[in-house]
Each structure stands twice: as structure tokens, then as C-alpha cells.
Design a protein around this ligand. Sequence first.
Ligand SMILES: *Cc1c(COP(=O)(O)O)cnc(C)c1O
Length: 226
Amino acid sequence: MKKINLTNYKNINLELEKYNHNFKKNCKLIAVSKKQSINSILELHSLGHCDFGENYLQEGIEKIEKINSTEIIWHFIGPIQSNKSTQIATHFDWIHSVDRIKVYNKIKNHVEKINKSCNFLIQINISDEQSKNGMRYDQVDDLLLKIDKSSENMIFRGIMAIPSNTNDESKLCDEFSQMQETFQSLSKQFNTVDTLSMGMSNDYQLALKYGATMIRIGTKIFGARI
Ligand SMILES: *Cc1c(COP(=O)(O)O)cnc(C)c1O
């Protein structure tokens, strides 16, 4: 049976502890368990880890239902098809990838109906690759004008991004720094905004330099995906 990489897991936690202490932050590690086994999730959970991220709805629901834990906080971090919005809203506590008003409205209507609270992030498309996911910076204000700021069920917590798939550090720095600026400006406008979700296995240390408050790490903890 595949084992999680305990050394990496412990080291990442130590780095976060230092970072949180030095910069008075509360940065959280989201363990990205897509394409990883339920056993791996349970193994990490037995060490006290509670935040897990999934990308694919069907796979995510299956795991959530089988594991059936009230302690685990499930984060949906994958692209959202609007006809799947209500199911995502039913099963997940956080949604990192809201990127259009249609999806926002569907999630909101559903969480209000079932009286559940949902923390959501707007996904920003920062890379110039042809990825369709995420909003451009110049579309964010328009979405924010349309959302219901008084909703007690739908809580706007901040922004998320997946940077360009590149080793060019200066390009990554530009992207993270733009995210940081946007995050700072939004947190002045909205008192619920406290989350900047960026940084994965290969770039989380850089993301921390730009103020990330959630890092999403998969392969560095769980090994290669199946
Ligand atoms: C897969 C994925 C991750 C984790 O990537 P790793 O390189 O395995 O750490 C983080 N965020 C999102 C949105 C992902 O899809």
C-alpha cells in the first residue's frame, strides 16, 4: 500500500509554523487528495490533518460519503460546470473556484435553501495559457457588484489562482505579486476577505513570500497521483 510522505508533510508544517509566527499569519495547508486513495486521506487525517482538497465532483462525493467525517473540511478546487453547482454546494465546505455569476447564484440559492454556510473564493486566471478557468482581474469588480454582500450563507473569503506552469521565477513572482495586491485591496473592501489561496507542491515557498494564506499541496505529500 502506498504511504504518504511523512517527512515532506512534517517539513511543510514546520515551514508554515515559522511563517505564521514570523508574519503573524494563519496560513493553512490544504492537502490535495485528488486521484489519491481513501486510505491515504485517512492516514493523513489520523495525524490530525483536517483540510482536504478535491478537483473532481464524482470522485470527491464518493470519498466524502465513504469517509463520512464531521471533522474533515472539504475544499472544492476544480473547475465548476454550472449544472454541478448545487451538488458541489451540498458536499463541500469551501469552494475555491467560483468564476462566474451563474455559478455563484446557483450555489447561493442552494446553500440558502438547505441553510448551510459556504465559504467561497473567486478563481483568478493569472496565467496567459489558454486555460478557461478563472476570471480575469478586470472581470472581478463586475462579479462583486452582483453578489449579495448580506448573505449569511455565502461568505466571500478571498481569491484563488493556479499560476503559469513555468520554471521562470520572475514570471511566477509577477503573478503572485498581482494576486497579493488584489487580495490586499479586496480585504480593505470586504471585512470577510481573509484568504489568498495559492501555492502548490512546486511553488508554495514562493507563494508564501507573497502572503499566501492557504497553500494547496498534493504530490509532495501523497506522491504521484494514481
Ligand atoms: C492538483 C492541484 C493542486 C496540487 O498540485 P500538486 O502539484 O500535486 O501539489 C493544487 N491546486 C489545484 C487547483 C490543483 O488542481
